[in-house]
Ligand binder design. Structure first.
Ligand code: NZQ
Ligand code: ZN
Length: 405
């Protein structure tokens, strides 16, 4: 490992079937006014809402409801949430839901006492908060994003057709999160597999970068194997507690800042997926599934053609390592003929494709509502990052999007 870094993760986690019992201890640390943030109503159907409200009431809290947080929360909803927090002098923002509720809570937390327009300040100018931040706590009901233990907050602006994530620092990360895998059992299959692919891709985004020997990459391989293993069990039997609990724990570790330490990290799949999401409002994990393989195959092809620059060799080596370590691709065929590194690299991506199809992921942007005439606009909304194995040109972005249709 060659990078230098500071590591600190302040989020306290309570994991397991009885984890909600710890909520009362946490609530005791904050003032009386709690903004209860939740989504479109799933927590009312599955009973989690009642359980949480009971704890809040028994702790004597004044509860201010802030429901209706949509998947891919919008800047308009953010403004609504800020108004609720300001009107009621809120002491704690309690998000009960998936990544959308957690992300939204963080966006509200940095906006309540901010005089500027939050969209412009945090999502366009990427400034850090310089105001008092309202603390956030989470009760997670859907796994995938890692938002429960990171500073990420992704907000969508339908007017400008932009979906942008700001990764805030330690002071914005949730103070605590309740992780009860039982809460995830009612997640619909479509959302469950989208979340599973989101976990997997978070690991990929960090793994596919750099040319050094890095401990993080070994952690990534272990986590990827665990995701593949548990996803296959959960796909057949969504009620399997062990598989769902492993997925919950893996999701948290996939994006709680650990795996990115000492690495440049890529994140181009997320940039492409989020731009497509801004145009379609499609489910986050599905947008990633649709663009991943065209992007990864493009990276390996460019490296083979010598078009990748100095990291080309490292690119082929890393995709071949991924194939061997994660997918068990052998070094030689049955007849004993040795495969080249690039053959192994492509075989790994083929194996990944097989697994993605087995889960029932959406494998193209067309099925998510993207049409050819949107490609230029989506490309304009795709920031081109520099941490991966190749810095894309705008033409390459369009070509990858076209291949994803
Ligand atoms: O809104 P409700 O009714 O709660 O229904 C939700 C929603 O329709 C449903 N759901 C959640 N828990 C459930 C449940 N349904 C039944 N039973 C349960 N227990 O699932 C649907 C999706 O929920 P959502 O929170 O939108 O999903 P997810 O956790 O995937 O979050 C997606 C958002 O997170 C952002 C995405 O861009 C997207 O906006 N991300 C945040 C990241 C971060 N903070 O670091 C990183 C990610 O890459 C991602 O970009
Ligand atoms: Zn993601």
């Amino acid at each position: 490992m060659r990078g230098s870094f500071t590591y600190c993760n302040p989020t306290k986690l309570y994991f397991g079937k009885n984890a909600l019992q710890k909520l009362a201890d946490e609530l005791g640390k904050y003032g009386p006014n709690v903004q209860l943030i939740y989504g479109g109503g799933s927590i009312k159907k599955n009973g989690i809402y009642d359980e949480v409200v009971e704890v809040l009431t028994s702790c004597g809290k004044n509860v201010f409801e802030d429901g209706g947080v949509m998947p891919n929360p919008t800047v308009d909803k953010l403004r609504e949430g800020v108004a609720i927090a300001r009107e009621n002098n809120v002491d704690l923002l309690l998000a009960v839901g998936g990544g959308s509720c957690c992300d939204y809570a963080k966006a509200v937390s940095v906006s309540v006492n901010c005089d500027d327009d939050p969209w412009e300040k945090y999502y366009i100018r990427f400034e850090e908060p310089d105001c008092e931040i309202i603390p956030v706590g989470c009760v997670l009901t859907m796994v995938g994003t890692g938002s429960e233990m990171n500073g990420g907050s992704v907000i969508t602006n339908h007017e400008t057709k932009q979906k942008i994530g700001h990764v805030f620092g330690e002071n914005v990360m949730p103070k605590f999160t309740v992780l009860n895998p039982m809460y995830t059992l009612s997640v619909p299959h479509y959302q469950m597999v989208a979340g599973i692919y989101d976990i997997f891709n978070h690991i990929c985004e960090q793994y596919f970068s750099g040319a050094d020997d890095n401990t993080t990459d070994y952690l990534c391989e272990g986590l990827m194997k665990s995701v593949i293993h548990s996803s296959r069990i959960a796909n057949k039997d969504p009620e399997d507690y062990e598989a769902r609990s492993n997925l919950m724990w893996t999701a948290t570790w996939a994006l709680n800042t650990l795996l990115g330490k000492g690495k440049t990290t890529d994140w181009m799949v997320h940039m492409l997926g989020q731009a497509a999401g801004a145009y379609t409002d499609a489910t986050h994990g599905m947008t990633l599934a649709a663009v991943s393989l065209p992007y990864y195959r493009h990276l390996v092809n460019s490296a083979v053609d010598g078009a990748s620059g100095p990291l080309g060799e490292a690119c082929i080596a890393k995709f071949a390592r991924f194939a061997r370590e994660v997918w068990g691709v052998p070094a030689a065929g049955l007849g004993g003929e040795e495969f080249s590194e690039e053959e192994i690299a492509f075989a790994g991506l083929d194996a990944m494709e097989g697994w993605m199809k087995e889960l029932g992921l959406v494998m193209n942007l067309t099925d998510l509502g993207v049409t050819e005439d949107m490609l230029e606009g989506i490309a304009d909304s795709t920031p081109i990052l520099k941490g991966g194995y190749k810095v894309l040109t705008r033409e390459e972005v369009i070509e990858i999007l076209r291949q994803s249709l």
